[in-house]
Design a protein around this ligand. Structure first.
Ligand code: ZN
Ligand code: ZN
Length: 198
C-alpha cells in the first residue's frame, strides 16, 4: 500500500515561527489563511492548552482525525526524584524539544503507521464508498445495508451465507458486528437465527 501524504491539509501551527512541527506543510497552511486570521492568530493570547482545545473542537466539527503530542507527553517521561515534585519543562527546554529532529518526525511516523495499518481502507469499506470486489464507486445515495459494500455485478455473484462465512471485510479481525438485522461494518444482512447460532 502506498502511503498517501497529506501534510498540506494539516491544521496550521498556531504559533508561526515557533510552535510544534514547523514543517513545510504547516507553513503553507498558515499562509493560506485570510490575512485577518493570520493577524488574529499571531496576536492571540490563547495559551497552549486553549489552542489545543480550539484545534480539537475544529477537528471534531469538520471530521478531521487529529492526533497530537504536547509537552505533557515529554514531561510524563522525565525521571523525577522519588517523592519529589513532578518535573516541569521550562519554556526554553520545551522549545529545545520542539526543535529536535525526533520531535519533528512524529507526524511522519504516525502517518506511516496509519498508512500501513489498513485503517483508511477500512474507513472506505465501512462507509460503503467503493465495491470491495472490483473497486467500482458505489452510488452515493445507497447505504451500506443496501449495497453490502458491493456493486450490483459483484453482489449477484455472491450470497449472504458466503459473506458471513468468509468474514467481515470491513474489520481487521474479520468479525461481523450485528446492528439490527445487518452487520454495521460491511452491511451484509444477518438473519435473526444467525445470532442464536453464534
Ligand atoms: Zn464490484
Ligand atoms: Zn461485516
Amino acid at each position: 500500500m502506498t502511503a498517501v501524504r497529506h501534510r498540506a491539509d494539516d491544521p496550521p501551527s498556531l504559533r508561526p515561527g515557533g510552535g510544534t512541527s514547523p514543517s513545510t506543510g504547516d507553513q503553507l497552511a498558515f499562509s493560506r489563511l485570510p490575512a485577518e486570521w493570520r493577524r488574529a492568530l499571531a496576536e492571540s493570547e490563547l495559551d497552549e492548552d486553549q489552542a489545543r482545545h480550539v484545534m480539537l473542537a475544529l477537528a471534531d466539527r469538520f471530521g478531521i482525525a487529529l492526533v497530537h503530542w504536547t509537552r505533557v507527553d515529554i514531561q510524563a517521561r522525565l525521571v523525577t526524584d522519588p517523592g519529589g515534585p513532578e518535573r516541569e519543562l521550562t519554556p526554553r527546554e520545551w522549545e529545545r524539544v520542539t526543535r529536535t529532529e525526533a520531535w519533528g518526525m512524529l507526524p511522519v511516523l504516525a502517518e506511516d503507521a496509519v498508512a500501513d495499518s489498513g485503517q483508511l481502507l477500512l474507513a472506505i469499506r465501512q462507509a460503503g464508498l467503493e465495491c470491495y470486489g472490483c473497486g467500482r464507486a458505489l452510488p452515493a445515495d445507497r447505504s451500506l445495508p443496501l449495497t453490502w459494500g458491493l456493486c450490483d455485478h459483484c453482489r449477484a455473484q455472491t450470497s449472504v451465507g458466503e459473506i458471513l462465512r468468509a468474514g467481515c471485510v470491513a474489520q481487521l479481525d474479520g468479525d461481523h458486528e450485528r446492528l439490527g438485522d445487518h452487520c454495521r461494518r460491511c452491511g451484509v444482512p444477518m438473519p435473526a437465527n444467525e445470532k442464536r447460532a453464534r
